[in-house]
Design a protein around this ligand. Structure first.
Ligand SMILES: NC(=O)c1ccc[n+]([C@@H]2O[C@H](COP(=O)([O-])OP(=O)(O)OC[C@H]3O[C@@H](n4cnc5c(N)ncnc54)[C@H](OP(=O)(O)O)[C@@H]3O)[C@@H](O)[C@H]2O)c1
Length: 346
C-alpha cells in the first residue's frame, strides 16, 4: 500500500489508516472482542496499512488498551500509532500525565503522532474548567518529543485560527485530523487549503460517514439514532442527543447518495470503494481513516487503495455532492451549529 509523507516532519502513513474508536466496545459502536481487534490489526499490517488511530477519550481508554494488546509482539517499527489528548488535559503537568497514561494503555514507549483532539478553547473544555494556554501545551509537547515519548506532534479539528496559532508556537504540527468525506466537505473552503499551503498533512476521519457512504443503510431512517446527530440530519428530532438544532439536509444527502450509487453502478465500484478512492485522490490528503471492526472490512477498504480513481469519476463524485456541500456550509463541526463550531477559536 502507498505510504505518503504526512506533513514535513518525516512521518509517513499508509493512505488507508484503521480507525480504532470501535476497539474496546461501547454503546455507540456495540461490542468488539479483543480477538476481533487482534485480527483487524494483523490483517491490516499484512495488507500494508501502518497507521492505527485512537484517542484517550475513546471508550474511556479501552480503545487504547485494546489496540495495545493487539499490537503486542507484532514489531513496533511496523506500526504508526496516533492518539489524542483532550484539550482540557493540556496544561503541561497534566499533559505529561495523560501522555504517560496513553503510553501505558498502549503498552509502548513512544507515540508516533500525538494530537490535541480539539482546539484549546473554552468551548472544548468542561464548563467552568480552566482553559490551558496553547503556548504552554505546545511547549510541553515539544519536551515530550525531545524525550522521545512522542515522535510527531499533531492536532485535530483545528480551524485556521487555531492552526495559525499552533504554527506560530515553534512546534509545527505534522498533521491536522479533520472530518472529511464526500458528504462532509467543509474543510475544502478554508482549512484544507491552509494545511496544504503550510505543509501540514491532513488525516481524514469519517471518510465513510459512519457507514452512510458504504451502502449498508438502504434509507436514512435505518441509521442508528446515536449516529444521526450530525448536521446531515434534522437536529430537532427527539431522542438522538442531537446538539446542533438545525433543520438537516436529508433531501440533499439522499440526492447525493443516489448519484454516487449511479456512478458506482456505471463504474463497477462499490460505494465504499468510491468514498475511499475519492478521499485519497484529494490534494493534501495524507491518510484516510476507516473504522474497521472485522478483518473483512479491512480487506474491503484496503482493496479500494489498490488503484486510483479516474479523474473523470472523481470530478463526477465531487459534482454529485456540491449541492450538499453548499447546504452544509463552511462549518467544519458536523455536530454543532455554526455559532458553536468547536473548530473555530472565537
Ligand atoms: N479526530 C476526531 O475528532 C475523530 C472523530 C471521529 C472519528 N475519528 C477517527 O476516525 C475513525 C473513523 O471514523 P468512524 O469509525 O467513526 O467512521 P467511518 O470510518 O466513517 O465508518 C465506520 C463505519 O463504517 C462501516 N464500514 C467500514 N468499512 C465498511 C465497508 N467496507 N462496507 C460497509 N461498511 C463499512 C462500519 O460498519 P460495521 O460496524 O458494520 O463494520 C462502521 O460502522 C475513528 O475510528 C477514529 O479513529 C476521529
Amino acid at each position: 500500500m502507498e505510504l505518503r509523507p504526512c506533513g514535513t516532519t518525516g512521518l509517513r502513513l499508509s493512505v488507508l489508516g484503521i480507525g480504532c474508536w470501535e476497539f474496546g466496545g461501547s454503546d455507540y459502536w456495540g461490542p468488539q472482542s479483543q480477538a476481533e481487534a487482534d485480527a483487524v490489526v494483523r490483517r491490516a499490517l499484512d495488507l500494508g496499512v501502518n497507521y492505527f488511530d485512537v484517542a484517550e477519550s475513546y471508550n474511556d481508554g479501552r480503545s487504547e488498551e485494546c489496540l495495545g494488546r493487539a499490537i503486542k509482539g507484532l514489531g513496533r517499527d511496523r506500526l504508526a500509532i496516533g492518539t489524542k489528548v483532550s484539550p482540557a488535559n493540556t496544561a503541561p503537568a497534566t499533559l505529561v500525565e495523560h501522555c504517560e497514561a496513553s503510553l501505558r494503555r498502549l503498552g509502548t514507549d513512544y507515540i508516533d503522532l500525538y494530537m490535541i483532539h480539539w482546539p484549546i478553547t473554552p468551548r472544548n473544555v468542561p464548563p467552568g474548567a480552566p482553559v490551558p494556554a496553547a503556548a504552554d501545551a505546545f511547549a510541553a509537547l515539544r519536551r515530550l518529543r525531545e524525550q522521545g515519548k512522542v515522535r510527531h506532534v499533531g492536532v485535530s479539528n483545528f480551524g485556521v485560527v487555531a492552526m495559525a496559532e499552533a504554527l506560530g508556537l515553534g512546534v509545527a504540527p505534522a498533521a491536522n485530523q479533520l472530518c472529511y468525506s464526500l458528504l462532509s466537505r467543509a474543510i475544502e473552503f478554508e482549512v484544507l487549503p491552509f494545511c496544504r499551503a503550510h505543509g501540514v498533512g491532513v488525516i481524514a476521519y469519517l471518510a465513510l460517514m459512519q457507514g452512510l457512504l458504504t451502502g449498508k443503510y438502504r434509507t436514512l431512517d435505518e441509521v442508528p439514532p446515536l449516529h444521526r446527530r450530525t448536521r446531515h440530519f434534522d437536529g430537532r428530532q427527539s431522542g438522538t442527543l442531537c446538539r446542533h438544532g438545525e433543520p438537516g439536509a436529508e433531501a440533499e444527502v439522499n440526492a447525493a447518495l443516489a448519484a454516487i450509487r449511479e456512478i458506482g453502478r456505471e463504474s463497477g465500484l462499490s460505494m465504499s470503494d468510491l468514498a475511499i478512492k475519492w478521499a485519497i485522490a484529494q490534494p493534501g490528503m495524507a491518510c484516510v481513516l476507516a473504522g474497521c471492526r472485522t478483518p473483512q472490512r479491512v480487506e474491503e477498504n484496503a482493496r479500494a487503495t489498490a488503484a486510483p480513481l479516474a479523474p473523470e469519476i472523481a470530478s463526477r463524485l465531487s459534482a454529485a455532492t456540491d449541492v450538499l456541500k453548499a447546504k452544509l456550509g463552511r462549518n467544519c463541526d458536523y455536530w454543532e451549529a455554526a455559532a458553536n463550531d468547536r473548530t473555530r477559536s472565537a
